[in-house]
Design a protein around this ligand. Sequence first.
Ligand code: TRH
Length: 396
Amino acid sequence: MQADLFCQVIDHYGDIGVTWRLAKQLNKEHGISLRLWVDDLNVFARIEPRIIAQADQQTIDQIDIRRWVKDTAPPKPYPIVISSFCCPLGADWLKRMSAESNPCWVELEYLSAEPWVESHHGLSSKRSDGLNPTFFYPGFTNLTAGLIRERNIIQERDGWQADMAQQNHFLEHIGVPINPHAPRPFYVSLFAYPQAPFQSFFNALNRLSKWNASQASHLHHTLQSSCILDSTQTETQQQKNIHVLIPEGVSLPGNLITSPSVTWQRIPFLTQADYDKLLWSMNLNVVRGEDSFVRALWAGKPLIWHIYRQTENTHLTKLNAWLASTELPQPVKEAMLAWSSANQLDQLETALLDALSAENWFNWQQTTIQYVQKLAILPDLATKLTHFCHEKTKNT
Ligand code: TRH
């Protein structure tokens, strides 16, 4: 099977992040030969360092990557056309598609847990030019297009998470100092939008790290239940046991008040494969948008999702819909909602500290693991897409 896959980079990295991941999986696991059309190769190069931003054509991992210049005469379209995030293909492509190949055209939508997605997934709409696109809605149930999940990702994650030496080697490789004789810190990765409530988050972590003796045992239990501290830890060692890793490109406010009791460290912006390894190595992941959110789910660790902000608080409707589909402890749900809502900084700090308390932290981990285990047995998006396109094109 041959497919033309289109990506229009709107902003940030998610458009090309999702599309590139899907392209590789469709080719590697389903044998589809892909022509990937991308309008902004500079952003592409940020997540895929092998990209030559000046090249009009290049092949990476057997994917034929083309610079997509709108309003230029297109080649003969392949029998399958996929437009990521329903990006407009432009009159020239549509004309050739309707005149020559009338392809199996899939419009890949944004991810949402909202209930209406199930009834919309798979619907098509006949156009006046004869084209008949079908809408694929990614989602969290078997009545949607599912989620992007590579065939062995869970197995690879489990192997990684069982190998502390490999994790330490990786962390050192990206510049994180490892002290094998000290207790393993409580690691946090922080990938959020500029308007994130960084100070409230820092305050909560600072308070967590400085809990006094009476609460140290509860911090001890918290950290121990995350298999971080063994019982030999003395109280002083429990100080400074939180290490926050912030990728290049995540902008922090200039006037941030942090404290010596928590280590905040910049790390490089990683390749997608290395970013997965970072997420797998952490205790808590703050992620955003769509792709890093799904990758953090596959990491099986507690996460805070900074959802992409939309007008009229549509993003809060989406966030609430996803939270409602989980069994996460109430303080965790409150913290995630406060994180993405305006003027809820105090609630955020309180809810976060509550969520990180021994009891809730253990439940946060358990409910996350159980939730992801259920997701990981659903058919993945690339498989559903391939089956759909195979069925649609086999009779043509
Ligand atoms: O960058 P984003 O905010 O992209 C957003 C969202 O996709 C949103 O849904 C969309 O509407 C908007 O773009 C236009 O967040 P996201 O989706 O997590 O994409 C980030 C990509 O960057 C993801 O593929 C992971 C990758 N990444 C790396 O490869 N290395 C890194 O070090 C980091 C931090 C991220």
